[in-house]
Design a protein around this ligand. Sequence first.
Ligand code: ZN
Length: 431
Amino acid sequence: MMFEPELEGMSRLELEQLQLERLQATLTRVSRNVPFYCKKFEELGIDPYDFQSLADVHHLPLTTRQDLRDNAPYGLFAVPLREVVRLQTSSGFSEGTTVFGYTLGDIRKWSRLTARVLAAGGVGREDVVHVAHGYGLSTMAFGMHYGAETLGAAVVPVSNGNVRRQVGIILDYRATTLSCIPSYALYLADVMDEMGVNRNVLPLRWGLFGGEVWSEGTRETIQERLKIVATDNYGVSEIMGPGVAGECLERQGMHINEDHFLAEIIDPMTLKPLPPGEIGELVLTTLTKEALPMIRFRTGDLTRLLFEPCACGRTMVRMERIHGRSDDMLIIQGVNVFPERIGAILVETHKAEPDHLIVVDRHGGLDRAMLLVEANMVAPDQIKAQQKFIDLTRQRLAMELGLVFEVKLVERSTIAELQTGPNRVVDRRKF
Ligand code: ZN
């Protein structure tokens, strides 16, 4: 079910016309009201009154989290504080000085967009939505909360403490929908096991998950353990919060609410736009935000855009689940490699994600890439099957990344010994 069919199903031509008009309005507004952008436009020789084509968007300046910090708390606001009705921040106290503001109009639009995400994930007026995000300064809980109300569903604002009590509330209130971060859903499932809850009497049907990077394997586990349909959704606090994009029931990528946000994919090293379909850093421009408009905000999140039509009828472009952060990117033989992508390729190729480690070193001035995979997960003691695994993995990596990896099966202990940090990369090159 679409929440706003006339908008979510708009033709590409209409959509691009709307985006251009809204971008022009945003550019004039920020050039008048935000000295930071006014100065940037001057430096780059951009006349916001003369911006005529979406194709020129990459000439506009990028905005970073550092820019927000440098101008905290209110330096990037485009309206006076008397028009702001809400202040929030992103999770993580290190960024505590960054403040995101909303006008009443912003809150209304935000609510409609999270309502879209909920509707796309199967939720309707009859549903009872258990919001287990932490209520507070971060945007997740309030974003989903207002969306559910706007949709006409019943919200249970339970927040994220006391899991045993939460399980009781889900059963007592007959909650049909769970909104939280994916790892919390797994935690809930564990506690249900401890409490001996019979899954067949669980009222839950829908799960809307966002706020952290998760895999297709985790989705399958959550769907299986909680007996729900689990969809992914995406938000950026600096841009708005949740409601930027959400999956429909096809579960083949998240539809971006493009009538409110303009999405681009750039190479995080060169900052140049990438051709359609390539993986890179997502850059978002707000098209309707009043209090805190963002021009080409670097999200730091890696994904790719899917332009093929979706079976659900929505015309808005889809983004793949987040592959990781651009800060984690490796450059091997001049090729951008995202460690999370390798995990995803293993899952796509073998329907499982064995423990693995990427080892990069340099030999005779040349980068060498090696992928160590835990042997136990791959047909132990069957030499033929193991060789097949190695060959197939090599081929897929070469095809997907354009890079030759040496693939080796090793003991779990070998991986544990080599691994130096929380991520699956050991970079032995000296720069
Ligand atoms: Zn769809």
